[in-house]
Design a protein around this ligand. Structure first.
Ligand SMILES: *[C@@H]1O[C@H](CO)[C@@H](O)[C@H](O)[C@H]1NC(C)=O
Ligand SMILES: *[C@@H]1O[C@H](CO)[C@@H](O)[C@H](O)[C@H]1NC(C)=O
Ligand SMILES: *[C@@H]1O[C@H](CO)[C@@H](O)[C@H](O)[C@H]1NC(C)=O
Ligand SMILES: *[C@@H]1O[C@H](CO)[C@@H](O)[C@H](O)[C@H]1NC(C)=O
Ligand SMILES: *[C@@H]1O[C@H](CO)[C@@H](O)[C@H](O)[C@H]1NC(C)=O
Ligand SMILES: *[C@@H]1O[C@H](CO)[C@@H](O)[C@H](O)[C@H]1NC(C)=O
Ligand SMILES: *[C@@H]1O[C@H](CO)[C@@H](O)[C@H](O)[C@H]1NC(C)=O
Length: 600
């Protein structure tokens, strides 16, 4: 049993703790935000604005950030808001004589994975730079600060030696076999690194991007990125400004950029450290170099970084016409022309040719919105679906597309394109927020119809790995603000704990929800989100899901019941024999799809 100060102490004591802790964030909230009961999500609030903000959107943002508090690893601070979380894995790194305690658990399990996490941090900083005025208006700026710092402080430890970046903490195989709380996480927990001699170009670059974007966000009171050709500024978070912190972040960014461009051979980190890259194998490094170069140029106010990075930008005539990939932790290519357009507007002296990047961004968005993008379709309910990526977690590709369409729409060269991109962004976010066949928001704890069974070992409260779904019958803790994988291609959501493609939660899944919430708040969208006015119960799909979490069944003479019985026996036997079969793990399937290069 460890400290859980905020839970037992009550609000007043919690405030006192906050005032005295200080080490984790420079600004403290005026009032501690705790997620309200889900019932509050079912009340229209559009005539009850606070600072011009619909409280439903403030709660969405508040809960989405609270989720990151629930994922914290290491010694929890006195102002921990998640009463049921304990300090854990405080000795991470010790096996390798380094301090890697802290940071965040990646998803429903207990590994800490640097490469996807850097994308998550970069997207949080990016949405704050673009729409960050929302944070102060909804009193969430202190939580943005504490979330970013909890991540960046850990990332700084992972790069405490100039020539090393630690890319994974935890044993992926042991971790796959553990289902239980944060007090019995199995050891040993080895750590895996890449180095100047054994480089991972993509991870170095992605990490440089995270540091550079954050350094810029913290660096100047007015630091922001424009969201239209008119130069509209809705971004920046003045209250978190801290020059000292920004400079420390920038030193890391410079060191990692140097590693990315000057170490050889250039290769993906999973080549350098195969075990570390097992859960999140990266398919290339060019996109990371181009992305990092743009962020470095911004943070250093020096165009030469952008030019160095753009060597790795898709080139040749109409190169973007063949870019079809979803945007995610692995593939950042779709984000490149959007960020480059913002930078071209931000600082004309960078010499970036805006029309080139507008052309590329529009090539991507036009094919998407006109239904002409290879490998991409829409479900009946309207969710954009990338073959491969969406089968392993459907909401994330669609919401990341919404994120960049939202950022870009103000730069569209015609008003028809502007409205097509806006409606792409709005429709995908509204789908997330309840405008869907499930009749509820795909956000845990937000509304009475929210999913009840996120695949999260610590929230579930059980420790029987063979009975994840029923032990305990009701998930013990509400993982407020968590976005699950999402529905299947028929818009069906089964809400079953072991169905990881649908119900697993992850750090990167929440980033585009935060982007959507701050965008709507910053743009003064006061109309209720769709869930606030839903009627009727959640439309939870019944029967057995047909996705990758469940072994495929051959069509034949057996009844479905017999097939399920056989499947269960097979699973148990294989599980006992192999000991390491982790069929509920999303990571394996991601690996499978990556290898197959579906949808790329
Ligand atoms: C700025 O950040 C540094 C490093 O985290 C911290 O020590 C300092 O207290 C912060 N300054 C202010 C004014 O909050
Ligand atoms: C949103 O409303 C606030 C006042 O509540 C105003 O200061 C701001 O300019 C508005 N922003 C936009 C983009 O209309
Ligand atoms: C109006 O919003 C405030 C602040 O979010 C909240 O405390 C209050 O309950 C809301 N009022 C109604 C009628 O919902
Ligand atoms: C980290 O420690 C583990 C366990 O002692 C060891 O197997 C591994 O080689 C070490 N890794 C590095 C990069 O030093
Ligand atoms: C935190 O510790 C308490 C007391 O040991 C335990 O009941 C609770 O389940 C732990 N939380 C998690 C997420 O394991
Ligand atoms: C085009 O891309 C290739 C492969 O990334 C690169 O080697 C080449 O230098 C680029 N050419 C230009 C003109 O940027
Ligand atoms: C714009 O970039 C130039 C270098 O190209 C730099 O000197 C200047 O400070 C930058 N301006 C801003 C506002 O960042």
């Amino acid at each position: 049993m460890r400290s859980t100060a905020a839970s037992s102490a009550g609000p007043l004591l919690a405030l006192l703790h906050l005032a005295s802790s200080g080490a984790w964030a420079q600004i403290t909230p005026q009032q501690v935000y705790q997620p309200p009961p889900a019932s509050r999500g079912a009340v229209s609030q559009q005539s009850n604005l606070t600072n011009g903000v619909n409280p439903q959107y403030a709660d969405l943002l508040g809960n989405a950030l609270w989720f990151y508090d629930a994922q914290r690893s290491g010694a929890l601070p006195a102002d921990n808001r998640v009463s049921w979380r304990n300090s854990s894995c405080e000795n991470d790194g010790s096996l390798n004589n380094t301090d890697l305690s802290g940071g965040f658990y990646d998803a429903g399990d207990y590994i800490k994975a640097t490469y996807p996490f850097c994308w998550t941090l970069t997207s949080l900083a990016w949405s704050a730079l673009s729409f960050g005025s929302a944070y102060e208006r909804s009193s969430q700026d202190a939580y943005l600060d504490s979330t970013l710092r909890w991540g960046l402080d850990w990332l700084s430890k992972a790069h405490s030696d100039a020539d090393t970046l630690w890319v994974l903490v935890g044993n992926p195989s042991t971790d796959d076999q553990y289902w239980g709380g944060d007090q019995d996480i199995p050891g040993p927990r080895p750590s895996y690194s890449i180095t100047r001699q054994n480089p991972g170009t993509d991870a170095f670059a992605s990490c440089a991007a995270a540091f550079a974007a954050s350094a810029y966000l913290y660096g100047e009171r007015g630091a922001s990125l424009p969201t239209s050709t008119g130069g509209a500024q809705l971004g920046g978070v003045a209250s978190i400004h801290n020059r000292t912190y920004s400079e420390a972040l920038l030193r890391h960014a410079e060191g990692l950029w140097d590693l990315a461009v000057n170490s050889s051979p250039k290769q993906v980190y999973n080549t350098a450290a195969p075990t570390a890259g097992q859960s999140y194998p990266s398919s290339d490094y060019e996109d990371d170099l181009a992305f990092a170069g743009l962020w470095m140029a911004l943070a250093k106010a020096d165009a030469s970084y952008a030019n160095q990075g753009l060597v790795f930008y898709p080139n040749g005539t109409n190169a973007f016409a063949s870019v079809n990939s979803a945007l995610n932790w692995d593939r950042k290519v779709a984000a490149l022309p959007v960020l480059a357009t913002q930078l071209a507007q931000h600082n004309a002296s960078f010499g970036l040719q805006m029309s080139r990047f507008q052309n590329d961004a529009e090539s991507y968005f036009d094919r998407l919105t006109s239904g002409k993008m290879q490998y991409v379709s829409q479900t009946k309910g309207g969710l954009y679906w990338w073959a491969g990526d969406s089968d392993a977690a459907s909401l994330n590709p669609a919401l990341n597309a919404a994120f960049i369409a939202d950022l870009y729409s103000g730069f569209a060269t015609t008003s028809a394109k502007n409205s097509a991109y806006r409606s792409l962004a709005d429709s995908q976010v509204d789908y997330l927020l309840g405008d869907n066949n499930y009749n509820g928001p795909f956000i845990v704890g937000q509304h009475p119809n929210s999913p009840q069974n996120p695949h999260s070992a610590m929230a579930a409260g059980g420790n029987d790995i063979t009975n994840i779904n029923t032990s305990p019958p009701q998930e013990l803790h509400v993982l407020y603000g968590a976005v699950p994988g999402g529905p299947d291609k028929q818009d069906r959501f089964f809400d079953i704990r072991d169905d990881w493609p649908q119900t697993e939660i992850a750090l990167d899944y929440n980033a585009p929800l935060i982007a959507a919430a701050v965008s709507r708040i910053a743009r003064n969208v006061t109309k209720d989100p769709p869930f606030a006015t839903l009627t009727g119960a959640a439309n939870v799909a019944s029967g057995r899901p047909t996705d990758a979490a469940y072994p495929a069944r051959k069509k034949g003479g057996l009844s479905q019941g017999a097939q399920i019985a056989i499947a269960v026996v097979v699973i148990v036997v294989v599980f006992a024999a192999a000991g390491a079969l982790s069929w509920w793990q999303r990571d394996r399937i991601r690996w499978y799809y990556r290898q197959k290069k579906i949808g790329l």
